[in-house]
Design a protein around this ligand. Structure first.
Ligand SMILES: Nc1ncnc2c1ncn2[C@@H]1O[C@H](COP(=O)(O)OP(=O)(O)OP(=O)(O)O)[C@@H](O)[C@H]1O
Ligand SMILES: [Mg+2]
Length: 257
């Protein structure tokens, strides 16, 4: 049984069709990477998995249970099984690092302050930033903020971690620290990971499986080796970072005559 399943999911915003009856089964304990151009629906897809968006048609399943039709209240225990590293990082700027990481524990558990303190220390050690406890997010670099957000995302020991563009905006070394963290969390916590990215170096490094979203559907599904061997021009252009004729058509229209 797959851990997470999208069945025939269809989603439109007004007249914009984003997900056109997509199907995806995600295996437990593996790392799935979702690639695709800006605006192709990657974040929208992630949000369907945790019920932040509801499909117009189709179903979302988690461990054999249908979850797209649950109420916000019914979703609470399911959401706690997910750690979500949002695209924009989203730390609370008015709280210290330790308060940020403690937040889900304070909100969702009855743990004592001492226990929470211990867990915060453990999660900060996991992301390699134990000495930042008393700092404010504004005092940290972009890469450090992502790692703190990750420490917060794993505070409740999730079964699944969703990463929305975890390396975007980081220099190659800091980006690789995040890649290594993704691998480490898989290894040590045995989590299932879904990583949305357009950083192909990161994709090849962390993925067990790569899918590509294009015009509302998954047009590719395979291992990193199969991506390299694929002769699909859409994938090849994306992987090599080369614009194809269709990408450049808009430039021609605006060029002076
Ligand atoms: N809540 C919303 N209401 C209306 N339109 C939305 C909403 N969320 C996303 N969209 C639109 O859906 C499309 C897909 O958005 P999405 O955020 O999933 O793209 P993405 O693949 O994550 O892109 P990027 O790589 O730039 O983050 C975009 O055109 C976006 O404007
Ligand atoms: Mg996005």
């Amino acid at each position: 049984m797959p851990l997470i399943e999208l069945r025939n999911v269809y989603k439109q915003f007004g007249r914009l069709l984003v997900l056109n009856h997509v199907n995806l089964a995600i295996e437990e304990g593996k790392t799935l990477v979702v690639i695709g151009a800006s605006g192709s629906g990657k974040s929208v897809m992630l949000k369907h998995i945790v019920g932040l968006l509801k499909p117009d048609e189709g179903e979302v399943w988690y461990r054999g249970e249908r979850i797209d039709n649950l109420s916000e209240r019914q979703l609470v225990p399911i959401r706690q099984k997910f750690g979500f590293l949002f695209q924009m990082g989203a730390l609370f700027d008015s709280m210290t690092v330790e308060e940020n990481v403690a937040f889900p524990l304070v909100e969702h558990t009855n743990k004592t302050p001492e226990e929470i303190d211990r867990i915060v220390g453990q999660k900060l050690a996991m992301v390699g930033l134990p000495e930042t406890r008393k700092k404010m997010p504004g005092e940290l670099s972009g890469g450090q903020r992502k790692r703190i957000a990750l420490a917060r995302a794993i505070a409740l020991d999730p079964q699944v971690i969703l990463y929305d563009e975890p390396t975007t905006g980081l220099d190659p070394i800091r980006a690789d620290v995040i890649n290594e963290l993704i691998l480490k969390l898989k290894r040590e916590l045995h989590v299932t990971s879904i990583v949305v990215t357009h950083d192909m170096h990161s994709a090849f490094k962390v993925a067990d499986r790569i899918v590509m979203l294009f015009q509302g559907n998954f047009i590719f599904d395979g291992t990193p080796e199969e991506v390299e061997k694929s002769d699909n021009p859409v994938i090849q252009h994306f992987v090599r970072g080369e614009a194809g004729p269709e990408d450049l058509a808009a430039l021609d229209q605006t060029a002076p005559r």
